[in-house]
Design a protein around this ligand. Sequence first.
Ligand SMILES: Cc1cc2nc3c(=O)[nH]c(=O)nc-3n(C[C@H](O)[C@H](O)[C@H](O)COP(=O)(O)OP(=O)(O)OC[C@H]3O[C@@H](n4cnc5c(N)ncnc54)[C@H](O)[C@@H]3O)c2cc1C
Length: 678
Amino acid sequence: MERAFQRTQVLTNHLLKSSSPLPSQTLSSNACLSYSPPELSENYAFDVKEMRTLIDGHNLEERDWLFGLMKQSELFNPKVKGGKVFVSPDYNQSMEQQREMTLKRIKYLQERGVFKGWLTEKGEEIEMRKFAGFEVFSIYDHSLFTKLGVHFPMGGAIQFCGTKHHHDKWLRDTENYSIKGCFAMTELGHGSNIRSLETVTTYDSNTGEFVINTPCESAQKFWIGGAAKHATHTVVFSQLHINGINQGVHAFIVQIRDVDGNICPNIRIADCGHKIGLNGVDNGQIWFDNVRVPRENLLNSVADVSPDGKYLSSIKNPDQRFTAFMAPMTVGRVNIAIGAVYQSKVALAITIRYALTRRAFSLKPNELEVLLLDYPSHQRRLFPLVAKTYAMSFAANYLKVLYAKRTPQSNKAIHIVSSSFKATFTWNNMQILQECREACGGQGLRTENRVGHLKGEHDVQSTFEGDNFLLMQLVSKALFSEYMAAQKRNKVFKGLGLEHMNKPCPDIPSQLTSTTLRCSQFQMDALCSRERDLLNCFVADVLKCKAKGENTEQAFNTCYELAKDLGRAFSERAIFQTFVEAESTLPAGSLKGFNPCHLCTRRERFASSSAFDVLGTLRSLYASICIEDVSFLRYGETLEECNLMDIGFSGVWYTWERGNLQETNIRERLDRRVANAE
Ligand SMILES: Cc1cc2nc3c(=O)[nH]c(=O)nc-3n(C[C@H](O)[C@H](O)[C@H](O)COP(=O)(O)OP(=O)(O)OC[C@H]3O[C@@H](n4cnc5c(N)ncnc54)[C@H](O)[C@@H]3O)c2cc1C
């Protein structure tokens, strides 16, 4: 017995020791474990604050205040490391705990006045404040971002689809979170195809009430963020049947829980359960069993029903009415797009810091192992993604302003640009997260290091608020309509950046020197040529299909591949344009005219390149990634043009890497390559 006790004692001591950190004197510090944050050891050749002002773009103080609020509260799990406070969710929490935590965080922020004016004030300033807020939430946690991203759009639907009595009745309570909102559009049977929703609402003129019903299982609302646990109200999207005529999809405010959180009569709710990410959001299913709501709960800015049951709308065309209903919903898409940019920034910041710390292999015997970021292959993996993220930042800033300053005339452009940017940014984001995960090796898989975890959290971005694939098709269809309208009325292209179509096709210079390749005009010409080429091909192919008897939808279906390429070409040209515009607004100074890659200031081979201009280099890099696109090669008019584009890509890289080869004639390299190939 005593021996057994002794053995247990020995084992207990052993286990206790092995679970505590190893005593430091047993291991000497090794170069591969020493870490100094780049901001301490690197001599930045540019003004970091100036760069932040440029890429964050607006409401910097507001953002810092929000970060400060998070750092002050235990709810945001603050931890002090190296004299700095870091906040991040506790990744060990269960789904239920994460949901409760998200709710508590929202309440904490609300009590400190973060959402003040978000629904009750109007104008550009408040819109930009909201965007800044969403960007900060997205840096912290996708669940916080998304839970607010379904609550405030419900408020937005009331704001835009409702009229004064809705505003007076609902907006203040929604803003101060005494009403917790959700947005019930998707059904089990219909997600992308919203026009075919199966929920049915009829009007009872005897009581002056609408009656909302889920007539079949496929009509149950599905995936509704906030519905499973917390939401008290929802905006329901439903077909409106008046006197036996279906007037199409309309939106109604419905209370689904009372103040104590009990589910209201004739409503059934189920939980969608655990997801691959975003578990701090309680997604739910909802069934409406002939739920009655007052006539006033129809959001009636576009259409109304009179007390005696007459359908009234100034928009007679059902297609236009549907578009008018959906127009205010673009804000969700804008928010997702801007959130994706910040996720890319988070992942790249973590990965590049890791690459500035981690050493692997020596190139010569007995030499210090090489830092990951000193490997050209590692630079090649990460720097194009940095360039992409800068480009997306400028494009996001443009999109926010476009939305904040919206007018009825700009709604179409917002719809098309937000669709294209949402799809492009979220796809880019997933590509960046995957590359970053791999570039962090095994550490990328540790949840605490965020990068791998973010993949699961953000995967849904390509699906909600419009499936990316379908959004890109929508963009191409819109471009087709622009083209046909311009031709039919014999008018010039105006808007969406398509004005280049009014000019002759740009010339690609025969002598492509590195200076030409780095010139923004050449890059813009190249991207415009690709867009022009694809748009011409797409229109020609759709018209050919129609001539063979297909209707327009069938023709779009047949030409899906061109539609996809055209959507991408439009996006990349539009994004690039915002880069050039952002650059042109800057005075020459710290951000124009320093080392091409501040991440590499201590690398010898960049030491001689201090005359470079970081934004110009990142812009060239972004252009080169786009120009590399296979579809450009496929649709280039001549073989020579294709090859020029091909060499354009390597040329930009080549000059960037070598730094001082300003006068290299890239054509010579092309000729050599073509000769070799033959
Ligand atoms: C975590 C999460 C949260 C969500 N939150 C909400 C919410 O709060 N409120 C809400 O209303 N909804 C919400 N949704 C639903 C979301 O908006 C839908 O999932 C989305 O609209 C896609 O619909 P679907 O899932 O039915 O996909 P489907 O429409 O079935 O699409 C499936 C695939 O088919 C493809 N496809 C569809 N049609 C075509 C076509 N014509 N041609 C070629 N390909 C096609 C699509 O590209 C897609 O890849 C949420 C979803 C998730 C996963």
